[in-house]
Design a protein around this ligand. Structure first.
Ligand code: T4K
Length: 390
């Protein structure tokens, strides 16, 4: 018998900086009487993040969604954008707010990212860009996506909400495509409470992004673009500077947790680990598994509900598929028969509790529950088999 956890175990907990350091930071900001609009903390964080992410251009935002929304706006795209249905709503909502139509492309069964082999067939005269999402920290097939984009003269945008600090063959993830958005939400590896960043390849586009996030103002008396207020404030930036100091240590802690999950889930039939990358290749953002009902004996939904009885709150990211949203159901690309892999994966994927403070014994216990569920079912099935034979 595995007893339930006394305290709830959530899918994640924010990486929190030392309270004294935060108090000092707030004092510093108060003394300066400069609370937002590109203040000292903002400038400092921008500089530090450029170094950390190894990118030339970076703009900070009050959240990742607005970073993506205004990034898309800065590219002056029209018509259709090929994207994935298996993502957080923010990805496609950013398209919608730009008057762009998503064209949903099926996903790769291994990485759960947009399947680069299926993009070309979806290109029409109205296609202006490809919007990939590095889901759960697994990078998209950036090489083939770029080849297709070059062939058809399309822009490439990445939603990198889950890939803070990841590299591909030693190259920083923010260096691929025309731009990459990062989310600094409380639930992300690096957080500024709410926040986001946008890395942009082209210097001119980067200038436009900076204008767009500040009401389209070029100067105090000159409005040149239809922008928004999407600036990061000084408290967010100041907290970000403190949290950034902890990120490398957090990655090490999460690596141990990942290893513990991997060792304990190894021989459970029907469970596949989706987030396999390690070290600089991994963002250590999520630890995600896939449950094959036939082999494991129970469905993902059943496991999710059963774990709640033990006070463990996993999440079914990203259920439902974006293509199943009411307002996209009429699109040809949203039809379930065109997205067989996404329709399958969305019923199998489960994000497990994953954050540096999570104790290794807790991870072992969660895995023991998963083992117990499977073994009970195997025994049930054997009884059933004997019953059927009698
Ligand atoms: N693109 C992708 C691919 C994304 O995943 C996201 C965001 C975006 C774009 C948009 O980026 P932002 O605009 O958010 O910067 C959470 C986050 O709110 C969201 O940022 C994230 N993706 C998404 C995957 O997860 P929820 O609705 O699951 O959050 P919530 O409040 O249920 O939190 C999850 C768990 O985290 C809670 O059960 C407990 C814990 N938690 C949460 C918060 C907010 C805490 O312990 N403390 C906290 O302060 O969306």
């Amino acid at each position: 018998m595995v007893p339930p956890f006394i305290e709830p175990i959530y899918v994640t907990r924010p990486l929190l900086a030392d309270k004294e350091n935060i108090k000092n930071k707030i004092d510093e900001i108060w003394e300066s009487k400069w609370l937002t609009n590109n203040g000292t903390q903002h400038k400092e964080l921008e500089k530090e993040l450029k170094k950390y992410l190894r990118v030339e251009n970076l703009s900070l935002f009050n959240n990742g969604t607005l970073a993506l929304l205004l990034g898309l706006k800065s590219l002056e795209l029209k018509g259709e954008v090929i994207t994935t249905p298996f993502t957080f709503p923010a990805t496609v909502q950013a398209l919608d707010w730009n008057g762009l139509t998503p064209v949903f492309c099926d996903i790769d069964p291994q990485t759960l990212n947009i399947d680069a082999n299926k993009i070309e067939a979806l290109i029409t005269k109205d296609t202006s860009a490809i919007l990939g999402v590095h889901v759960f920290g697994n990078p998209c097939d950036v090489v083939n996506i770029q080849k297709i984009a070059d062939k058809y003269n399309l822009k490439v945008i990445y939603d990198g909400a889950h890939v803070f600090g990841t590299k591909i063959n030693g190259k920083p993830i923010g260096s691929f495509g025309d731009m990459t958005m990062f989310s600094f939400h409380a639930t992300k590896l690096f957080n500024t409470l709410e926040g986001g960043g946008l890395t942009v390849k082209d210097e001119k586009v980067n200038e436009r992004v900076k204008i767009l996030k500040n009401f389209g103002l070029l100067g105090p008396e000159e409005v040149v673009l239809c922008g928004l207020n999407a600036k990061m404030n000084e408290v967010q930036a100041g907290i970000g500077l403190e949290v950034l100091k902890l990120v490398d240590e957090e990655r090490v802690k999460r690596d141990k947790i990942k290893e513990t999950y991997e060792n304990n889930l190894l021989n459970i039939p029907g469970i596949r680990i989706i987030t396999i990358l390690k070290n600089e290749y991994s963002s250590y953002q999520y630890f995600v598994i896939e449950i094959d009902e036939e082999k494991y004996g129970r469905s993902r939904d059943w496991v999710h509900d059963e774990l709640e009885k033990y006070n463990v709150f996993t999440r079914k990211y990203f259920y439902p598929l974006c293509s199943d949203f009411e307002w996209y159901k009429h699109l040809a690309s949203a039809q379930p028969e065109n997205l067989p892999q996404a329709q399958k994966s969305v019923k199998q994927v489960l994000s497990m509790p994953y954050y540096g403070e999570l104790e290794l014994e807790s991870v072992e216990k969660i895995c023991a529950i998963l083992k117990k569920i499977h073994s009970e079912i195997s025994v049930d099935n054997q009884y059933q088999l004997v019953g059927d034979m009698l």
